[in-house]
Design a protein around this ligand. Structure first.
Ligand code: PMV
Length: 317
């Protein structure tokens, strides 16, 4: 039996503008994991899509690839398996069982879709004793992201495939973000599931209606991200808080915040966070607050009290 894992991720700064070529900072979240177990089953003389069992108990799925393709031809899990088979040159799959579990909440900006793809691609490849390098895994996962998101920047699949903090610019080689000193963040979930595809689509409509205005906003986000990278790499993380606040204001302007996100951002700041913003696609999902480690528990408690359904404290760097 082959077991592979992939972490969750959180975007520190730069979401949405990253779709338009601006940089974003994102880090893996090892406390959240997707696990994929793959084993071959006894040969039954039938090497077809129906020989492949898919089990994803978290979403109540237990089926065969062939059936899934007939019922829901665009199902992302079926797409991952098919894309991986194509990359491996597998046209007649051996009987196998692919079992996926994940502690990453879905539709909440923590990279669950990309983590499932990365863990499954690696699990299937390893079962077939093929080595796919990170770039190949990343490219395949990006293909699947396009099904989830429409026009993804590729930040999710990149940070999750490489499992390291990144300064990400669309269609450019990966650059690692080196935090000189670790810093502490509190991540809190509004409990509202929100589809990144929708918020990305809405920002696109704004941009199409007035490209000059929105490109200026994206450029401002890019400047914040470049400044934040210098700050993180030089270790002066105290000045990161105001940058996060400004980024949140720009995301509000892009219409991707929500009352629940704004409420948690305000609660974090009132409890002493140095900066706070939504993270990911927005409209729901998670927010992130920068905190002095001594205040982390207090901010986490305030976020719970303000209605967050899940709160975690994490170290970056
Ligand atoms: O998957 P999420 O919700 O973390 O969003 C990804 C970040 C966006 O910038 C909103 C979209 C993208 O493709 O980069």
């Amino acid at each position: 039996m082959i077991t592979t894992t992939a972490p969750g991720k959180i975007i520190l700064l730069g979401e949405h503008a990253v779709v338009y070529g601006q940089p974003a900072l994102a880090v893996p979240l090892g406390a959240l994991q997707t696990q994929c177990m793959v084993d071959f089953l006894p040969e039954n003389g039938e090497n077809t899509a129906d020989s492949v069992l898919i089990e994803a108990p978290d979403i109540g799925l237990s089926t065969r690839l062939g059936l899934l393709l007939r019922d829901q031809p665009t199902h992302p899990l079926a797409a991952v398996i098919q894309a991986t088979f194509r990359a491996l040159g597998v046209s007649a799959p051996r009987p196998m069982r692919i079992h996926v579990t994940s502690s990453i909440p879905v539709a909440s900006g923590l990279g669950s879709g990309a983590a499932v793809s990365v863990a499954m691609i690696r699990g299937i490849a390893e079962a077939y004793q093929h080595h796919l390098d990170n770039e190949q895994v990343n490219e395949l996962a990006y293909e699947i992201e396009k099904l989830h998101h429409g026009t993804p920047s590729g930040v999710d699949n990149t940070v999750i495939t490489h499992n390291r903090p990144v300064y990400f610019v669309r269609e450019q080689p990966i650059q690692t973000l080196h935090a000189r000193h670790p810093f502490t963040v509190v991540i809190a979930d509004t409990g509202v599931a929100a589809l990144t595809r929708e918020s990305v689509g809405d920002v696109r409509k704004l941009w199409q209606a007035d490209p000059a205005r929105w490109e200026a906003v994206f450029e401002q986000v890019g400047e914040l991200v470049r400044a934040a990278r210098d700050i993180i790499e030089s270790g002066e993380t105290a000045s990161l808080g105001p940058i996060m606040d400004t980024n949140h204001a720009l995301l509000q302007e892009m219409t991707v915040s929500s009352p629940a996100l704004d409420h948690l951002v305000v609660a974090a700041k009132k409890a002493g966070a140095e900066g706070a913003k939504l993270s990911g696609g927005g409209r729901g999902g998670n927010m992130i607050a920068l905190v002095n480690p001594k205040k982390a528990e207090k901010v986490a408690a305030a976020l719970k009290k303000a209605g967050a359904t899940h709160v975690m404290i994490s170290q970056v760097g």
